[in-house]
Design a protein around this ligand. Structure first.
Ligand code: NAP
Length: 525
């Protein structure tokens, strides 16, 4: 039975394993743990965050909060092997696990460095310059950005059980806000271990980090006006939470990172066999296979000019043929299973819906050859490359959250931009091409539909961080179906969690606020 970490104590839910949710090993189907939030004092945890964790964090300056992030990073890095081992049970290869674990550590470090460089040695921020609001010089306006006396409830998706809580924690700690993490059930044991590592390191103030394992459906009405609900998951769950009556009534801030049907576009100037064409193929295959395609940013639609459709299908299929699927710990395995049998069935259903207007070009949705595992007990899937009618609905609407992508042939530039927009808002899209005029025109059309555009040409293709990698310096989040939220983007992600208040005041009061945070010299105490 997984424990929760509430009020700085490990707590066991008050149920027997038989009446809790069993979480299975993605590779073997064995039970890993049981999950339930029955009997947990979530109200007490929220109160503890507000009364203990919040004041402790708000007392610190930005650089002091940055020190906490570095300390968490050191603690997690020191025990990352334990997280790699557990990640394999969720189907992750070592590369996948590093993406999640080391990626999370990198975000903490990046945010710590960024806060020291960009934020003041103060607990709050005065955004300047001051505006003169009257004829005289004694009535000025500035914006004060101060920590909210609330908590961040993280409701997270299953696919990044380490990166997601750390990425959100980094921004919350800097914003002076305590976190209560609610991991998704299928990988809750990984987040539980992460929280254990951080708690055992004893580097965060009491109440700064708590975790509720199991459902929080009945706890949402405990959120207050100063809290933030930071959600990552499917668009369907996002819609339920966004319209929760208590959240709406109290204007609880809600950030949604939801699913999206992300695209990559091969520009018309790229010839099959060229280095750019190969880069395009690499991006598609990487996105289909890293974490078995379970990334919110993964490419689901590959748009190619009609004349290059067959070449693209052939080249992607040839690459997929070299991907060994199986037990993530076995030699040579490049892709493990998806997280659960339910997830496998969801992907099959989604792929079959898309293929109604086309065909499977590579892979068999019904069976798969695997190394060192039982394909029936584990949640294994073949890589599935689909060719579909670009004007059908399903390729643009259905998100197969697994190792599947669809190649769609476009007629001309207008058709390509129209198809990309039919995703109704995405986290990320890539364009691969050297024709600056074409890509510039495309960017102008596509940008409003995306949170991030990754533009590859001959000059940068060896330096790219890849289509699917959200980076702390850049905004993560997309419009419309992608949830309409925003995270990271450097210190913007921190400021977004704080309250911006317009101040109209005299210069002397503003100076006092600017200097008020200066620590008294030791001998003046
Ligand atoms: P999900 O089913 O929507 O669940 C996400 C989280 O919401 C889980 O912790 C879940 O808890 C919780 N939840 C579900 N219904 C709830 C309710 N009524 N009230 C409160 N909490 C509720 O998504 P998932 O299957 O874990 O994750 C896969 C999806 O997430 C994909 O569609 C993917 O695209 C998306 N995703 C998006 C991003 C991004 O940054 N945009 C990142 C990762 C994943 P339980 O597990 O206890 O049900």
């Amino acid at each position: 039975m997984l424990q929760s970490f509430l009020q700085d104590t490990w707590v066991t839910p008050t149920v027997t394993p038989e009446s809790a949710v069993a979480v299975r090993d993605a590779v073997t189907g064995e039970t890993v743990c049981h999950v339930s939030s029955e009997g947990l004092d979530v109200a007490g945890a929220f109160a503890h965050a507000r009364r203990v964790g919040g004041p402790a964090l708000r007392d610190l300056t930005f650089p002091q909060r940055a020190d906490l992030l570095d300390a968490v990073a050191v603690a997690v890095r020191a025990r990352r092997e334990e997280l790699y081992v557990l990640s394999a049970r969720a189907g992750a290869t070592l590369t996948d696990a590093r993406y999640d674990v080391d990626g999370g550590v990198r975000v903490l470090r990046d945010y710590a460095a960024r806060a020291r460089a960009e934020l003041p040695d103060a607990p709050y921020l005065l955004e300047g310059p001051a505006e003169r609001l009257a004829r005289g010089e004694d009535f000025l306006g500035v914006h004060l950005v101060s920590p909210s006396p609330g908590l961040m409830l993280q409701v997270n998706a299953f696919n990044f059980p380490v990166w997601a809580p750390l990425e959100k924690l980094a921004q919350a700690v800097l914003a002076g806000m305590p976190s209560v993490v609610k991991p998704a059930t299928p990988t809750a044991y990984l987040t539980e271990h992460l929280v254990r590592i951080v708690a055992e390191a004893g580097v965060l103030p009491p109440g700064a980090l708590q975790m509720v394992v199991g459902s929080v459906r009945t706890a949402l009405d405990l959120l207050h006006e100063q809290d933030v609900l930071s959600f990552t998951g499917s668009a369907a769950t996002a819609a339920t939470l966004r319209t929760h009556p208590d959240l709406v009534a109290r204007s609880v801030r809600f950030n949604a990172e939801a699913d999206s049907v992300n695209a990559i576009v091969l520009a018309p100037d790229v010839e099959p066999g060229s280095p750019l064409f190969e880069a395009f193929v690499r991006e598609v295959v990487t996105e289909m296979t890293v974490k078995a395609g379970q990334k919110c940013t993964a490419i689901r639609r590959a748009l190619v000019p009609r004349e290059h459709e067959l070449a693209a299908l052939d080249a992607i299929s040839a690459e997929l043929a070299g991907v060994t699927i199986g037990n993530p710990g076995a030699e040579g395995v490049r892709m493990g299973p998806v997280v659960s049998l339910e997830q496998r069935d969801d992907v099959r259903r989604a792929a079959r819906a898309i293929v109604e207007s086309g065909r499977f070009v590579y892979g068999d949705p019904g069976k798969v050859r695997v190394v060192d595992a039982d394909p029936e007990r584990g949640a294994f899937l073949d890589t599935l490359l689909i060719s579909a009618d670009p004007d059908a609905s399903a390729p643009h609407e259905v998100e197969p959250f697994g190792p599947a992508a669809t190649v769609l042939a476009y007629r001309d530039t207008a058709h390509a931009t129209d198809l990309v927009a039919r995703g109704r808002g995405s986290l990320a899209a890539s364009v691969v091409g050297d024709d600056l005029a074409w890509t510039t025109a495309f960017v102008r059309e596509a940008a409003p539909w995306h949170g991030r555009l990754h533009l590859l040409d001959s000059t940068n293709l060896t330096q790219t961080t890849g289509h699917g990698s959200p980076l702390p310096a850049l905004r993560h989040g997309g419009p419309g179906r992608a949830g309409g939220g925003s995270e990271m983007g450097g210190t913007r992600g921190v400021v977004d969690l704080m309250q911006r208040t317009a101040l109209q005041a005299s210069p002397r009061l503003l100076d006092s606020l600017r200097n008020g945070h200066a620590r008294p010299p030791a001998d003046s105490a």
